[in-house]
Design a protein around this ligand. Structure first.
Ligand code: IMP
Length: 183
C-alpha cells in the first residue's frame, strides 16, 4: 500500500516513515498546498484541510497539523505556530519568554487520515522551552523544546529518539495501529 502524506515538510515525512515501513506501507510526500483556516483548534484546521483535499486527490492520504503551546503565553503560538515560526522564529519565541520563570509548554499533533471517510488521531508531549537553542537535528521549534524527563532538546535527538516521545510519534503510533487493524 502507498499512502500520501500531504506536507511541504520533509522532516515530518522522515518521522512517519519510521512507523509505516515496518508495516509494509510506503509513505510518500505530496506537496499539495491546502487552505489552513483560522480556527481555535488544530482539529478544525486538520479536518477542513482533509475535506478540501478529498475533493482534489484520489486515493488515501493523511496530513498533520501541529502546534507548540506555551503555558506562560496562554497557549501561544498554538494554532498560529507555522506563521509564528516563519515570522518571529525561534529567536522571537525566546524573546517573548524573557522574564517568565514558568517555561512549560507542549506540542500537539493532529493527524487527519482520509480513506473515503475522515479519521482523526492525536498526540501530545509536555516539556519546557529552553533558555537557548540546542542541537542541529529535527526542524521547526525542535532546538528550543526539551521534553519532560529528558536532558536533550528534540533537535539533539535522532528521529528514532524523538519519535518515541514526540506528539507526532504518539499520533503516528495510534494511526499505525489503527491501520494495522483496519486494512
Ligand atoms: P504545521 O503543522 O506544519 O502547520 O506546523 C506548525 C508549526 O509548528 C511549524 O512551524 C513547525 O515548524 C512547528 N512544528 C510542528 N511540529 C513540530 C515538531 O515536531 N518540532 C518542532 N516544530 C514543530
Amino acid at each position: 500500500m502507498r499512502l500520501a502524506f500531504i506536507t511541504s515538510n520533509p522532516g515530518k515525512v522522515e518521522e512517519a516513515k519510521e512507523y509505516f515501513e515496518p508495516l509494509g506501507i510506503e509513505v510518500y510526500q505530496l506537496s499539495y498546498s491546502y487552505p489552513e483556516i483560522q480556527a481555535d483548534t488544530l482539529e478544525e484546521v486538520a479536518e477542513y484541510g482533509a475535506r478540501w483535499l478529498a475533493e482534489k486527490i484520489s486515493g488515501p492520504f493523511f496530513l498533520d497539523d501541529s502546534g507548540l503551546f506555551i503555558e506562560a503565553l496562554n497557549g501561544f503560538p498554538g494554532v498560529y505556530s507555522a506563521y509564528v515560526y516563519r515570522t518571529l522564529g525561534i529567536g522571537g519565541i525566546l524573546k517573548l519568554m524573557e522574564g517568565f520563570s514558568d517555561r512549560s509548554a507542549y506540542f500537539k499533533s493532529i493527524i487527519a487520515y482520509w480513506d473515503g471517510e475522515l479519521h482523526i488521531f492525536g498526540g501530545r508531549v509536555d516539556g519546557e522551552i529552553t533558555a537557548e537553542p540546542r542541537g542541529e537535528g529535527g526542524f521547526g521549534f525542535d532546538p528550543i523544546f526539551r521534553p519532560r524527563g529528558s536532558d536533550k532538546t528534540f533537535a539533539e535527538m535522532t528521529t528514532e529518539e524523538k519519535n518515541l516521545i514526540s506528539h507526532r510519534g504518539k499520533a503516528l503510533k495510534v494511526f499505525a495501529s489503527w491501520l494495522r487493524e483496519n486494512l
